[in-house]
Design a protein around this ligand. Sequence first.
Ligand code: NAD
Ligand code: UDP
Ligand code: UDP
Length: 343
Amino acid sequence: LQHLEAAIKNGVAKDFPTVKFLNYKNRKRILVTGGAGFVGSHLVDRLMLAGHEVIVVDNFFTGRKRNVEHWIGHENFELVHHDIVRPLYLEVDEIYHLASPASPPHYMLNPVKTIKTNTLGTINMLGLAKRVGARVLIASTSEVYGDPNEHPQAETYWGHVNPIGPRACYDEGKRVAETLSYAYMRQEGVSVRVARIFNTFGPRMHMNDGRVVSNFILQALQNNSITIYGSGKQTRSFQYVSDLVDGLVALMASNYTLPVNIGNPVEHTIEKFARIIKNLVGATSKIIELAAVEDDPQRRRPDISRAKKYLNWEPKVPLAEGLKKTIVYFAKELKRTKHSQKT
Ligand code: NAD
Ligand code: UDP
Ligand code: UDP
């Protein structure tokens, strides 16, 4: 992985001899929808490094070419500009289906499109998987539990979602995506895997993502006020992106077909989280309270017994370590955008 990091930094990943890491027999053609996004691009790095052929399909709604540009030109890599709401004909062995806006401000921007992407888009990917006999992993979310009244959340909990609230386009969209997956499994024999992903952070998160990690880090780096929505007593559990990628790859490879929570069970209040980030950055920011957002889930923490038992997976990266890497990334991004504004 150090080799890869160096290759990416030097912009020569496209010349990286990935094939030597995998014998030809185990090499797969893998489609990653949403592969130009935050999580998708880290997954692409992992799959490319393992020597697979990777096709990224993305409409660049929230993703960027820059996230995968280090692979452009590599013989195992292909980047396709396409909206998955439209049918897609490709021949692949596996599909990681990640295409969907993920941050609340992004998915609320165009709720109808968010629903279409998660319903029609997922039908297309399941139809593709059915036609070519590919296994498909669906990126679901902890949001299927809504504002949970069970804590921590195990996969057996059915959730508490407002079907007509501002978050419904995403929450219900993902719930239908899960329903579709198991309908295609039962009726058509499609091989499906469902990952319920909890809050994830790391480099390549979008600057204007609006999610709490990017907001707090950017505010702290600029010594602006750190904005807590509501009392700050609500909780979240944050996992670093490399842990998520490990979990997704392990789930794809496993024989386990029911949904699996992939998240870090270490839970913090948002108030505490603001202080942690302020201290790590060494900022002089004030921490202020703004109005609460509608339907904000009050507590969230994954029960990861299933992932431990069936995938032998658990997160490894401590919060502070992941945050430091993310802070370095955003500091560079700030410099880059300031520089490009000047020139
Ligand atoms: P992201 O916004 O960075 O990436 C999503 C990608 O999907 C982007 O590249 C976007 O351009 C693409 N996309 C969106 N609509 C599309 C469409 N109709 N056709 C083709 N491409 C489309 O978000 P992310 O954080 O990388 O999330 C990836 C997946 O993981 C999403 O499905 C999300 O719901 C899920 N997830 C993420 C988190 C998290 O904390 N990051 C938590 C739970 C679930
Ligand atoms: N589909 C696709 N690529 C394929 C196969 C199917 O995009 O390689 C889409 C197609 O548009 C279809 C959807 O997936 O509407 C669901 O496929 P399925 O076979 O279940 O439905 P049908 O074609 O019978 O309507
Ligand atoms: N939040 C906040 N300030 C911000 C952004 C988010 O206090 O600038 C809160 C938000 O209200 C929620 C938590 O942080 O309680 C996580 O929000 P995020 O949008 O990152 O993800 P969610 O888990 O809600 O999908």
